[in-house]
Design a protein around this ligand. Structure first.
Ligand SMILES: *Cc1c(COP(=O)(O)O)cnc(C)c1O
Length: 421
């Protein structure tokens, strides 16, 4: 594997002595290793931060999204409208549901779900809208939630990039109906490599999530002695045994899973959350250095937050309007200088699992055009040293100069060839 001078996102969320102390404190205690006070404390701090009544931790962002989709209780014939410009885990749980999935195009300068496109798609069958705050830039949530409310649809926010962002003074995860966060190693904070969180206000959902994540069965329970034949769920001696066998499940409606966040992860999450401000400041500092390079060139545009929102810069994104050849050339120039570029994300409606469901090219022209011709993602994370940031800034300036000067020259050559020079 090639090593880069500036890698895209290796261990983007820094772990430090305070995180280590949180783990040591657990190991030196007699506390349980899961389901203990650290998880409770992390969830309480998280719900206070996002401003949601509930914050319930799970083992990954993917599982948070799966559980969120389960909470909807979708039925055959329901429609869910989704963004194509995100990581595939945002919507993959919908593959197992008998629902119609409609991809809604994105806005070309934010890459977030376009409210105007949503307005033309949403209808009486729409039960939910699933979106992401791309790269940590909040989507236009007031317009989106107004449309969803008017149609009785639930809004699920994939906040995997958006911890530390804000929108009109409010936090992602509190803007729609359900927020899903990831604490994977490269996210804005990490719970020792894996973890996730659901945020929402509804108490019935909280009961259900607590049940689902702890292998709880959603079923019909009856007191012992009332278990119907022909298969009694209890043995005779259990009647005298006390607490454990007082109820028997006679009908399983839905099973759960094990998605309990371990105490070590929760302890580190609490410690990381306390540093979130510093981690995001560093991301913003790097992004503003890169923006100032991008701003010097007229053929490229930054991915910038509007005045009423704050970008968390999970991803650093910019756009070139000089055509797909120029974009590809730019990526090669950056790569040859030792800067790792990873384009995020291939439009989901073009992936094989969604093509199999009848989706394909032309459904979301803006998302397709951006991926194939315009957008570039650069490394931008607190794991970068000052020297690496200087190197990155320099490499970007050189690459843009090389490519965009080349583009101008090619255009002039063309004019000359056509005899208009
Ligand atoms: C990382 C990520 C996820 C999945 O989170 P995991 O914790 O890795 O399972 C979902 N959606 C987006 C947009 C992500 O970036």
């Amino acid at each position: 594997m090639r090593t880069y001078k500036v890698s895209f996102a290796h261990r983007a969320s820094l772990l430090d002595a305070a995180d280590l102390a949180a783990v040591a404190e657990l190991i030196n205690s007699n506390d349980p290793l899961s389901g203990g006070r650290r998880r409770e404390a992390f969830e309480a701090a998280f719900s206070a931060y996002t401003g949601t009544r509930h914050a319930l931790s799970v083992t990954s962002g993917t599982v948070a999204l799966e559980i969120a989709i389960r909470l909807l209780g979708l039925e055959p014939g329901d429609e869910v409208i989704v963004t194509p410009q995100t990581y595939h885990a945002t919507i993959q749980a919908l593959l197992e549901q008998q629902v119609r999935v409609t991809f809604c195009d994105v806005d070309p300068s934010s890459l977030n779900l376009d409210p105007a496109a949503l307005a033309s798609l949403i209808g009486p069958r729409t039960r939910a809208v699933v979106l992401v705050h791309y790269g940590g830039l909040p989507a236009d949530m007031d317009r989106i939630t107004a449309l969803a409310r008017a149609h009785g649809a639930v809004v699920i926010e994939d906040c995997a990039h958006a911890l530390g962002a804000s929108y009109r003074g409010r936090m992602p995860g509190s803007l729609g109906d359900i927020g899903c966060f990831s604490f994977f190693a490269t996210k804005n904070i990490t719970t020792l490599g894996q973890g996730g969180m659901l945020t929402f206000h509804r108490d019935d959902w909280a009961d259900r999530v607590r049940q689902v994540r702890d292998n709880g069965v959603d079923g019909r329970f009856v007191p012992l002695g009332m278990v119907e034949e022909p298969v009694p769920a209890t043995l005779p001696w259990m009647k005298f045994h006390g607490g454990a066998y007082q109820r028997a499940c006679v009908d399983v409606i839905r099973t759960g899973t094990n998605a309990n966040m371990p105490e070590a992860a929760a302890g580190v999450g609490l410690s990381q959350l306390a540093k979130l401000g510093h981690l995001i400041d560093r991301r913003r500092q790097i992004a503003s250095r890169l923006d100032s390079v991008v701003d010097r060139f007229s053929a490229v545009r930054p991915h910038r937050a509007p005045p009423d929102a704050e970008h968390a810069h999970h991803l650093y994104t910019f756009f070139t309007d000089a055509g797909s050849d120029a974009r590809d050339h730019l990526v090669r120039e950056l790569d040859s200088r030792g800067v790792e570029v990873q384009l995020r994300y291939f439009p989901l409606h073009l992936r094989p699992e969604w093509r199999r469901h009848g989706h394909g090219p032309g459904e979301c022209p803006v998302a397709e055009d951006s991926w194939f011709s315009r957008h570039v993602n650069l490394p931008c994370h607190p794991g970068l040293s000052d020297d690496q940031v200087e190197f990155l800034v320099q490499a970007l300036a050189e690459s843009l100069t090389a490519v965009l000067t080349g583009v101008r020259r090619a255009a002039i050559d063309d004019t000359v060839r056509q005899g208009h020079g």
